[in-house]
Ligand binder design. Sequence first.
Ligand code: KG4
Ligand code: ZN
Length: 361
Amino acid sequence: MRVLGIETSCDETAASVVAIDGYAAPKILSNIVLSQIEEHAAFGGVVPEIAARAHVEALDGIIEAALADSGTALADIDAIAATAGPGLVGGLIVGLMTAKAIAAAANKPLIAINHLEGHALTARLTDGLDFPYLLLLVSGGHTQIVAVRGVGDYQRWATTIDDALGEAFDKTAKMLGLPYPGGPNVEKAAQAGNASRFAFPRPMKGSAQPDFSFSGLKTAVRQAASAIAPLSDQDVADICASFQAAVADALADRVSRALTRFRETFPGTKNPALVVAGGVAANRTIKIMLERLCAEIGFTFIAPPLKLCTDNAAMIAWAGVERLRAGMAHENGFDLVPRSRWPLDSISAPMVGSGRRGAKA
Ligand code: KG4
Ligand code: ZN
């Protein structure tokens, strides 16, 4: 079985072919990602109109390249899987309409994929993980803990009540005059910094409510920075290190609660696992904290290769494979419309004020 995946929900134009043959491990036959970072950098963030136009210009070529790289003719593809949400609606329209056109012209089934489901199922593509497991998604637009129980069967246990974690990194960088995207630059600056110089708040730490919050921390960073302005390089490094320490500490509290809850909810799980996804998973301080926490509580820690943690189309193709195998592709069709908001778990109430950027996942 071979599935072509298409991803255009934010600022990456991506296409991939994933194959599965019986019980053998799945194979990523091609995985092409074109980042638009340079187009958006001057604006300090993703500009939806620029993103949509860039997708239109690039997508055909990226799909052609993904097919060529995989050595697969369109006729030999079993289905087309495209991200239908959540994300920036302009990009979603480009991806979904292109997928519909290809599916109609080549007479192939079309599977609409929730971008978050792509992230959620990646560890089954990379590590053959069995259900259930726990997912920590930390990206520029989402900060969620999800119990992954099966294909299409997700329970969101926690989300952010304001900013996403990557967004907090990006905004901190902006305040300190560091370039976009902020996360990697904050991490780099923090290496030379003193993490205990500023006692930033640990949002939600100790709260019985499972969710995340980062806007208060952002405000504390702003106040600390303006109190000692103009900032020297050492000041910036110290703020970054202190910010990162606060984030890791707050995250550890939230995640350890979820690990305990997972044990209580799924007591029969032999090898419980925590999977991390999203761009913030690149952060070493956070990764080391998660590794330590999992070792303490008795979980296997799985961090798929960064290329598959950040936005890509292999995860979308793979979600298509999973849905086809599970006989769930029939839910989708040509009448599908893009959904800029599309919770993975339709039961959890939407969080008021959350995901204002809503673009990324
Ligand atoms: O998953 P991703 O590539 O795109 C989506 O948001 O979907 O994540 C990008 C986010 C940005 O906010 C970026 O600043 C953050 O991940 N990020 C990091 C690091 N690398 C990327 N945050 C902290 N430390 C990093 N090393
Ligand atoms: Zn994403």
